[in-house]
Design a protein around this ligand. Structure first.
Ligand SMILES: Nc1ncnc2c1ncn2[C@@H]1O[C@H](COP(=O)(O)OP(=O)(O)OP(=O)(O)O)[C@@H](O)[C@H]1O
Ligand SMILES: [Mg+2]
Length: 465
């Protein structure tokens, strides 16, 4: 039931309505003229405002305008005398949800009020879901403080609200889809659809129907009309995932829509125009594919308007800790387990791993660890990643390979020191530990072997000499 404001200068009608609506379980208030109604709207919230159109002083239209401004979620229903249909139509344009012509049956009014309350309730739910969904895609919720990721985010924030086509490149599992979703949800198109198409999975023979839809009877199995992806995305964003995996034929068809913004449904005669923003993603090297003649150059230039490169996880080791903690929290909640952290040793193993599967791989490793662990903190044995054996030194595999042409011992040493440093995110103390030498010796080796520490790392580790 709802809170209703009844506004009418006709006393007996107003009192009658208040009584009937009160009996039906609503919580009512009354106002004998427009000015009094506007005052009520200023100090109290209503679900429904029921107002007469023609009153002395402030009239129903004034009440409507005030309600729209102060309480945009309140449903306004107008009561009009015979002959004022024209004004009622005007009122609907300003945002009244309904109108009733006098005289009316009280049951009719009750029905309209119930409907208005239900619609209002649905609207709340939609608003709630929309903000909840947006929250997932909020740029601030993308985990990672590393320079590499922040650089990506700064580009993306700048272009999100434009209509520019964006090409997101990066290895598998680096967060391409997450970024694409964030761009859409932070664009002016956020209230419209974000439609995904996996280009690698498009079957050649169903391609056109998938992208452009078809009319009933367009081909033997077309028993009903189908709306294609381009049409679904009208006003919103179309995410073309794995664009590097399209056949030449598919590339040509996609190019045509991108150039002309129009197409026909299969078996249809009407040409449809759509307003769609394109975001494409691929883990392939498209410019190399263009050079090799495997990807159309014209399509490449259409897609590569703004280009975003997702850094691989091994180049942003600084983010591993935060991401791992984030996934521990997520899976502890999801799996209802009391796990709240990672042991420092285990974190070190995570930092040393090479992460060919990037963030998705890290996510899977953590999910499994949270599931398997009996403790509240994840330890090395819960992690089960490939590097563990070498970390615990249990396997007797030779750590180096000597080429048949031979190699200088010093070169091997150099490579070993470099690799240890890389694995330790250039923290010398950790690299020393990996090679079982003291930090002092490590520091000496770096100097003697002429190893250059990347500029961004120099200030991190002031080394005692
Ligand atoms: N910065 C991040 N913060 C939190 N979660 C992330 C982040 N980046 C990626 N993820 C998560 O990692 C997983 C992989 O990301 P996503 O699917 O976006 O990668 P992708 O680049 O599209 O991978 P693929 O090339 O395999 O399709 C998802 O579960 C995603 O939510
Ligand atoms: Mg993806």
């Amino acid at each position: 039931m709802g809170r209703i404001l009844v506004v009418d200068d006709h006393d007996s009608l107003r009192k009658g309505l208040v009584r009937a609506l009160g009996n039906a379980g609503h919580d009512t208030e009354e106002a004998a003229n427009g000015t009094a109604a506007i005052e009520r709207l200023q100090d109290s919230q209503f679900d429904v405002v029921l107002t007469d159109l023609r009153m002395g002083g402030a009239d129903g239209m004034d009440v409507l305008r005030t309600a729209r401004k102060l309480q945009p979620n309140a449903a306004v229903i107008l009561m009009t005398a015979f002959g004022s249909i024209h004004t009622a139509v005007e009122a609907m344009k300003i945002g009244a949800v309904d109108f009733v012509q006098k005289p009316f049956e009280i049951e009719e009014m009750e029905l309209k009020i119930e409907k208005a309350i239900e619609i209002r309730h649905l609207k709340y739910q939609v608003d709630y879901l929309r903000t909840a969904q947006q929250d997932i895609y909020d740029f601030d919720r993308i985990v990672g403080a590393s320079g590499a990721l922040q650089q990506v985010l700064s580009i993306v924030k700048k272009v999100a609200r434009s209509n520019s086509t964006i090409l997101i490149r990066g290895e598998t599992g680096t967060g391409k889809e997450l970024i694409a979703g964030s761009i859409h949800h932070n664009s002016l198109r956020a209230s419209k659809a974000f439609v995904k198409v996996n280009c690698a999975a498009l079957q050649e023979n169903l391609l056109e129907s998938e992208l452009f839809g078809h009319e009933k009877g367009a081909f033997t199995s077309a028993d009903k009309q189908r709306i294609g992806r381009f049409e679904q995305a009208d006003g919103g964003t179309l995410f073309l995932d794995e664009v590097g995996d399209m056949s030449a034929n598919t590339q040509a068809k996609i190019l045509r829509v991108l150039q002309e913004h129009e197409f026909e449904r299969l078996g249809g005669t009407r040409t449809l125009r759509v307003d769609v923003r394109i975001i494409a993603a691929t883990n392939r090297n498209l410019s190399q594919m263009v050079a090799e003649g495997k990807f159309r150059e014209d399509l490449f230039y259409r897609l590569n308007v703004v280009s975003v490169e997702m850094p691989p996880l091994r180049d942003r080791k600084d983010d591993i800790g935060a991401l791992a903690e984030f996934f521990v929290r997520r899976y502890a909640t999801e799996l209802k387990k009391k796990v709240d952290g990672i042991q420092p040793d285990a974190l070190k193993v995570l930092m040393r791993h090479n992460w060919p599967g990037n963030i998705r791989e890290l996510e899977n490793v953590i999910e499994r660890a949270v599931l398997l662990t009996d403790a509240t903190v994840i330890s090395i044995s819960d992690l089960q990643i490939g590097d563990q054996q070498s970390a615990s030194g249990s396997e007797k595999v030779p750590a180096i390979k000597i080429p048949p042409t031979g190699i200088a011992l010093e070169e091997i040493e150099r490579q070993a020191v470099l690799e240890a440093l890389r694995m330790s995110n250039w923290v010398q103390k950790d690299a020393a530990e990996l090679l079982s030498i003291s930090p002092r010796v490590m520091n000496y080796k770096i100097k003697i072997l002429n190893i250059e520490i990347p500029r961004s790392r120099r200030t991190l580790e002031p080394v005692a000499s």
